[in-house]
Design a binder for this molecule. Structure first.
Ligand SMILES: [Zn+2]
Length: 329
């Protein structure tokens, strides 16, 4: 293997020529090597130009994590990635650091900031490594911070006693994703009773707004993006997964019973035939009492049913004739 690939020492010697070629053949690529006081390798950062270009039109949620390198030199491999519209990994940048500490994370985020500027639209998702979180807060003061609920659920399960730990993790991840405060609070209260030690761990070590969807600060990006959409054609702005989502809901939405409550404010009562519950939809402010429309910013089944009803019913006196339904993500 060594004959085939050479040894690590030789590879490090070739680093500069490799990075040079990387920048030559990938326009917009940023690379950087940091040396220590003795002139030896300390950190490296690589962000490919095409990935950074693509990020401009993507959801501004950046996941950051690190994994330990098991070679003779040690250190950690770190990366920043996004999730594309098909929920696939989308790499933004990666690097090698001497370990997870404040100095190394700060260096990495300062490098990242040269290709992705600080903005209140950005949300960093990470595990709860304190040096990482502090470095993000200092280098990207305008950004928001959230925790990966899968990582957090693994910690929560380890603090549960006398129960099936996998169930605790599953339950925690379930209500972290709830859409209404009422549903969340009820589930969280029952979690407290059933799994007191896990609940105590969560309360003492986390802030709800970093992991519970209902308490997370509004995603400003959605609102900005929706403003852009008004000036263009919805057909060209609609991302494929949302188009598929609406397409799948369409047939069912057409058969869902709708009653108009207010013809000027476009309020509708929609009966969901699956759960038998009645939901209140407002097509002016694009909300639904199920809250899915409010958070996801594109219609839930009820919102779509109300919109189809709006299109079907002839405009009566005093009724609005136009509505800007936001079906952009
Ligand atoms: Zn709804």
């Amino acid at each position: 293997m060594r004959e085939l690939r050479g040894n690590s020492e030789d590879s490090y010697k070739m680093l500069y020529s490799y990075l040079y070629m990387l920048e030559q053949v990938n326009s917009g690529t940023t690379t950087r090597v940091e040396l220590d006081e003795a002139g030896k390798f300390k950190y490296i950062f690589i962000a490919l130009g095409a990935c950074i270009e693509g990020f401009k039109v993507m959801r501004k949620v950046i996941l950051v994590d690190a994994t330990v390198l098991k070679n003779g030199y040690g250190g950690v491999l770190v990366f920043a990635k996004d999730q594309d519209h098909n929920r696939h990994h989308y790499p933004l940048a990666f690097g090698e650091l001497d370990g997870e500490n404040y100095a190394s994370w700060t260096w990495f985020f300062e490098m990242l900031k040269t290709v992705i500027p600080d903005s209140s639209e950005i949300v960093f998702m990470s595990d709860r490594n304190q040096s990482l979180i502090t470095a993000v807060a200092n280098v990207y003061p305008q950004s928001h911070n959230g925790h990966c609920i899968w990582h957090l659920a693994q910690n929560v399960r380890n603090h549960a006693c006398n129960t099936i730990k996998a169930v605790v993790a599953w339950r925690f991840m379930e209500f972290a994703r709830y859409y209404t405060v009422h549903e969340f609070e009820a589930a969280y209260a029952s979690f407290k009773v059933r799994y007191p030690s896990a609940f105590k761990y969560v309360e003492e070590n986390t802030k709800r707004e970093t992991w519970a969807r209902v308490y997370f600060p509004d995603f400003y990006w959605f609102n900005e993006h929706r403003k852009d959409a008004v000036s263009g054609s919805i057909d060209t702005k609609l991302v494929l997964p949302v188009e598929i989502h609406l397409h799948n809901l369409w047939g069912k939405a057409e058969k869902t019973p709708v009653r108009e409550l207010n013809s000027y404010d476009l309020e509708y009562e929609v009966t969901d035939t699956d759960d038998g519950k009645v939901y209140l939809v407002n097509l002016i402010v694009n909300t639904c009492s199920c809250k899915v429309y409010d958070y996801k910013k594109y219609p839930c089944l009820h919102g779509l049913a109300a919109y189809l009803y709006f299109l079907e019913v002839p405009a009566a006196h005093g009724r609005r004739r136009e509505v800007n339904i936001d079906i952009i993500s």
